[in-house]
Design a binder for this molecule. Structure first.
Ligand code: ADP
Ligand code: AMP
Length: 213
């Protein structure tokens, strides 16, 4: 099962992808996570990607694709994956189609998380993450058991690009570069839209229905 979760930053893709990945026993591959890890480890691609990520713009396709290809080479992708935050433009979608073709696979489904801008801003500004286990919380919507601490005990942090200024740039980039993929995948009869403004359980129900599980 090869799935793509498509939608604006903060739409809830990662929250749902983590759950579906466990349920289906397939990896959750988020290019944002791969790139953040490369930045932290100060690898070549990481050093090159940092400036774009801090500015809220897209990392050049060549760097993103290198990082993704490396992840695809790992054995746990044999049964498929949930791709989150990739593709983000038509060039990346074409690159994914070529990679799938080489493996003799096709995309199972693209789930489009539809959400209004006001809710996105609230979700991004309230997002807190655990630097240890990567769990994602929201200050009011999905708070941890103990304020400021992950349920694993680690102090929660706010992502550097979750400031309102960078979030605005990310949203503009999303509109310009990523929204055309809605039409791209609709034309290929692969798109299912979910109403991402609903609560986590309801979005989960819609995702299940779209995926057919
Ligand atoms: P994305 O991966 O699309 O950037 P996340 O999954 O990280 O989005 O979610 C963004 C923020 O919104 C997080 O703080 C998360 O806890 C919260 N969130 C996710 N889904 C929902 C939902 N259905 N209702 C309310 N808050 C949500
Ligand atoms: P995300 O974690 O999906 O919100 O992504 C965080 C940042 O990583 C983005 O603002 C981009 O700078 C970069 N990024 C993540 N995925 C991609 C991608 N597919 N193409 C280009 N840049 C990406």
């Amino acid at each position: 099962m090869q799935l793509v979760f498509l939608g604006a930053p903060g739409a809830g893709k990662g929250t749902q992808a983590r759950w579906l990945s466990k349920e289906k026993g397939i990896p959750h591959i988020a290019t944002g996570d791969l790139l953040r890890s490369a930045v932290q480890k100060k690898t070549g691609p990481g050093l090159a990607a940092a400036q774009y990520m801090n500015a809220g713009t897209l990392v050049p396709d060549s760097i993103t694709l290198d990082v993704l290809k490396e992840r695809f080479a790992e054995q746990d992708t044999e049964k498929g994956y949930v791709l989150d935050g990739f593709p983000r433009n038509v060039t990346q979608a074409e690159a994914l189609a070529s990679m799938l073709q080489i493996s003799g696979w096709t995309l199972t489904r693209v789930i489009y998380f539809s959400l209004d801008e006001e809710t996105l801003v609230k979700r991004i500004s309230g997002r807190r993450i655990c630097p240890q286990c990567q769990a994602v919380y929201h200050l009011s919507e999905r708070p941890p058991r103990q304020e400021g601490r992950c349920d694993c005990g680690t102090l929660l942090i706010q992502r550097e690009d979750d400031t309102s200024e960078t979030a605005r740039v990310r949203f503009q980039v999303y509109q310009q570069e990523t929204v055309p993929l809605v039409q791209y995948y609709t034309e290929r009869h692969l798109l299912s839209a979910v109403n991402a403004s609903a609560g986590v359980e309801e979005v989960m129900r819609q995702v299940k229905q779209a995926v057919g599980c």
